[in-house]
Structure formats: C-alpha cells, structure tokens
Design a protein around this ligand. Sequence first.
Ligand SMILES: [Zn+2]
Length: 150
Amino acid sequence: MKLGPEEKRIMDKMQPGILTVDGFLGNDNRNLHDIIQEDAEKVEALGYTAEDIGKRMQYLTERSKEAYEEPILIDQKYLVQQDIWRGKVVCPFPHKGLYVKADIHLKNIENGIEISWTPLNIHFIEEHGFFEGKGSKHRLDPETLIKAIY
Ligand SMILES: [Zn+2]
C-alpha cells in the first residue's frame, strides 16, 4: 500500500530530533501501516489485543508509583521500578495529548524477562497499536512484552 499524506505527516514527526532525540522508527524502512499491521498480527496470534496490553502496562505503571521510584514487587511476580523525568512529550499522531517522561523497568521474576517502557509507549500501544519501528530505542517486541507482563 502506498504512503498517504496523513501517514507521511505522522512519519515525518517520528524522525529523530523532531519530538524526541531518537524518534520512533529506528532503522525500520517500512511504512507505518505495515509496522502496525505486522505487530497486530503477532499480538492477535498470541491471543491478546493491543488495548489489553496497554491497559496491563498502565496497571503495572500505576502500581509502581506507590513505591516512589523505588523497586516494588507487584502480584508476587513483577519487580517494577519507575524513574520519572522532567518534561512531557507529544504524540506524533494527529490529536492533542501530552505524555509524562518516565522509564518503567520491569523484571518478571518467574521467567527472568526484563523490559522497559515509557508512558508514551503505553499510549502508542493502547490507542494506536504502535510498538515502534525495528531498531527504535523504545521499541517493544510484542511477544517479549507479552511474556514479561502476563
Ligand atoms: Zn496518540
């Protein structure tokens, strides 16, 4: 499928140095809809939805705030620690919304998988089904993510 003007505008905003230093596409040269489509198929094959995954990440993120940036063990299974930074970032998709800058680190103590995400990752996944391009600093591989948070 050809790149539409709206999609091109979004992808331009996802380049490094526009909204964030690193951008959101990494070294992925596919179009945005192909990136989203491929991950949607993976998520579906594993029996989840991007919305469910986003809500789960949001739950773990909210719970971790109880520890004020110290590590906290959630549900006897997830060791989570959140670093909150100053400032906010806007979403490159066409709507209003500001997202807090923070890094949430999670270790699943049953299988040892460790991952990190940002509040913008949660929004991307829940609202746009976007896990970021391959090679992107904050890209979350759907399968690894699912194994970590479920
Ligand atoms: Zn958005």
